[in-house]
Write a protein that binds this ligand. Structure first.
Ligand code: NAD
Length: 489
């Protein structure tokens, strides 16, 4: 960047013990839609993590002894403050991540607000267990207490949304936290820190340390005074976190990648199914762990589906994320764009057909976005199930469409990947929907819809898609220690 540029750079600071603290070194952060450096993010390490853990430990006794109602009121206040600044947060999220302003306005930031409101409410309604043993003269009951300092590590695709999905239940339960957002998307977390004091969150209850995974993230994972880690990110990183935390026997919640199938039977209502499956494939540039990337279509409707699906995908407009008419923004980074493009090249080399998007259609970008990391929604057909495009998580605007004949066959093929996060099933036969949903190896199954969530219910993946579940009851259980107490009278 030029001098003029560097003066205008946004510089973030860590938030430790209720104060913003500068760091000794910084990392450049790019605006994905222009390719320019626009922000500097602290490159924190052991020292910063140590200070944040200490602040969190110091704040724990007072925060953990507050009543759920007191904590609930503070969480609601924080939700109100973020909602008040919703537009500012949405603009920042779009600029930092490359996602469209529309997505940030309607999904990311409203959900971050909702995360705080939801856990502010749900924390008031938990009931612990009690059993009686009259013959022994005993009653047993369980009591739940906060665990301590929670380490929270989140990815770049839904920055504030996923970070608050961890912070809200953790602090609602009475824990204090040290959070580390992705180094690529740190701005909205930093903006939220500015509101914590005003909401009444005491200093040290929420600490945010910015930096890379290998430096700041690992320092948090290896810290002996952080007994639990809630992580959302890739399966590869989760393996490393598991290894690093093993010597401390930490409690882990791991929300990881997916290779999510959509199964479309010949009795599906295509007028609903096609636009929803385009959305489930390409929303947020395909950078959602729940995005569809393998579409199995029953043979009788395969050609019709393909024709209508490609036509619908082509309607999605790619361009400047801050333009409210744009559907597809920029991918997170140059490296990621290259990785996603390479998958399409590999599929072609294997003999698959690219029906639209990458390498097939021209990309028309505004002058200011020529250096941005853009890619058109891409549909690939005639891909083999063993192909890397059908097995590995691509995490971009690429989806594969293949044909199937029978229910039995498609269940087997849908389950033939290492992941098991989310699946969608399209059919108007309710018996079939139940049968198939039951047999899919997937933490979530949506039938005749996608991304409809009730936060009360468990969220999480099977197989390589994760360990543990999050949701009203699940998060409460994860973020508390349970004790069984027996009283003899
Ligand atoms: P990533 O694993 O590279 O990084 C996630 C976070 O972990 C970042 O904050 C990163 O800095 C940190 N990190 C990296 N290495 C670390 C280490 N050695 N120790 C501690 N922390 C470390 O993932 P990403 O590329 O940011 O995100 C994309 C991935 O996240 C995809 O695989 C996607 O499917 C997954 N994801 C899953 C869910 C879910 O709920 N299951 C939701 C969103 C994203």
């Amino acid at each position: 960047p030029t001098m003029a540029h560097s003066q205008a750079l946004l510089v973030l600071e860590n938030f430790i013990g209720g104060k913003f603290v500068p760091c000794s070194s910084y990392i450049d952060s790019y605006n994905p839609s222009t390719g320019d450096v626009y922000c500097r993010v602290p490159d924190s390490g052991k020292e910063e993590v140590e200070a944040a853990v200490k602040a969190a430990k110091d704040a724990f006794p007072v925060w953990s002894s507050k009543s759920p109602l007191e904590r609930s009121q503070i969480l609601n206040k924080l939700a109100d403050l973020i909602e008040h600044d919703l537009e500012e947060f949405a603009q920042a999220e779009s600029k930092d991540q490359g996602k469209t302003i529309t997505f940030a306005r309607t999904v990311d930031i409203p959900r971050a607000v909702h995360n705080f409101r939801f856990f502010a409410s749900s924390i008031l309604h938990h009931v612990t267990e009690c059993t009686e043993m009259p013959a022994m003269g005993c009653v047993h009951y369980t009591s739940r207490t906060p665990v301590g300092v929670a380490g929270l590590i989140s990815p770049w695709n839904l920055p504030l949304y996923l970070l608050t999905w961890k912070i809200a239940p953790a602090i609602a339960c009475g824990n204090t936290v040290v959070a580390k957002p992705s180094e690529m998307t740190s701005v909205t977390a930093w903006m939220m820190c500015k509101l914590l004091g005003k909401a009444g969150v005491p200093p040290g209850v929420v600490n945010v340390v910015f930096g890379t995974g290998v430096k700041a993230g690992e320092a948090l994972v290896c810290h002996p005074d952080v007994p639990l880690i809630s992580f959302t990110g890739s399966t590869l990183t989760a393996q490393r976190i598991t290894e690093r935390s093993a010597p401390h026997c930490k409690r882990l919640s791991l929300e990881l990648g997916g290779k999510n199938p959509a199964i479309i039977f010949d009795d599906a209502d295509l007028s609903q199914c096609i636009p929803t499956t385009v959305r489930s494939s390409f929303a947020n540039q395909g950078e959602i762990c729940l995005c569809t990337s393998r579409i199995f279509v029953q043979r009788g409707i395969y050609s019709e589906f393909l024709k209508r699906f490609v036509a619908e995908a082509k309607k999605w407009k790619t361009g400047n994320p801050s333009d409210p008419t744009v559907d597809v923004g920029a991918l997170i980074s140059k490296e990621h764009l290259e990785k996603v493009r390479n998958y399409v090249k590999k599929a072609q080399a294997e003999g698959a057909r690219v029906l639209c998007g990458e390498g097939v259609d021209p990309v028309a970008l505004p002058p200011g976005n020529q250096k941005g990391y853009f890619m058109l929604p891409t549909v690939i057909a005639e891909v083999k199930d063993e192909s890397c495009c059908m097995q590995e998580e691509i995490f971009g605007p690429v989806t594969c469409v293949v044909a199937f004949d029978t229910e039995e066959e498609v269940i087997k093929r849908a389950n033939s990947v290492k992941y098991g996060l989310a699946a969608t099933v399209w059919s108007s036969n309710v018996g079939r929907v139940h049968r198939v949903a039951h047999r899919l190896q997937s933490g979530l199954v949506w039938t005749n819809c996608w991304l409809v969530r009730d936060l009360n219910l468990p969220f999480g993946g099977m197989k390589a898609s994760g360990i543990g579940r999050e949701g009203a009851k699940d998060s409460y259980e994860f973020f508390t220690e349970v004790k069984t107490i027996t009283i003899k009278h």
